[in-house]
Design a binder for this molecule. Structure first.
Ligand code: UDP
Ligand code: MG
Length: 149
């Protein structure tokens, strides 16, 4: 099974949207395997977004992401990296379809409430950056046999 890294950004936390986001992943049938509520450092956010370091918004983005608490999670399920990105919508909420998280819940690209890994490789890198191996919980969901044939 694939795992992906999902984080509710400071704007999503302040707007009280953590529960709605968890609900969407739970009800889709994904399994939560790790979670923490943290305020991370600017240095940590610079490593998290290292692939964007040449972009004009990189500095502001890293400062913003470390300005308040985020709700960081690892979710597991079949093809979850790609499917979670579809659940998120486009980077710019203005391009996101209704029904997607960004298309339903936010309006501005710099305050788009949620992060999700874009590739399997980045998911592995981000999970390693945010969680220690002992913070990942191994268990069998009672719904497993009804979610997958
Ligand atoms: N971002 C921004 N301005 C831009 C592009 C991106 O403020 O022109 C922010 C936006 O919040 C986005 C984050 O930078 O979520 C990371 O950018 P990326 O291209 O990785 O988008 P994502 O993977 O989050 O959809
Ligand atoms: Mg990205």
């Amino acid at each position: 099974m694939e795992q992906t890294f999902i984080a509710v950004k400071p704007d999503g936390v302040q707007r009280g949207i953590c529960g709605e986001i968890i609900k969407r992943f739970e009800t889709r049938g994904y399994k939560l395997v790790a979670a923490k509520f943290v305020q991370s450092s600017e240095e940590h956010m610079k490593s998290h977004y290292a692939d964007l370091k040449d972009m004009p918004f990189y500095g502001g983005l890293c400062k913003y992401m470390s300005s308040g608490p985020v709700f960081a999670m690892v979710w597991e399920g079949q093809s979850i990296v790609k499917l979670a990105r579809m659940m998120l919508g486009e980077t710019n909420p203005a391009d996101s379809k209704p029904g997607s998280i960004r298309g339903d819940l936010c309006v501005n690209i710099g305050r788009n409430i949620i992060h999700g890994s874009d590739t399997l490789e980045n998911a592995k890198r981000e999970i390693g950056l945010w969680f220690k191996p002992e913070e990942m919980v191994t268990y069998t969901s009672c719904a497993q046999a009804f979610l997958y044939e």
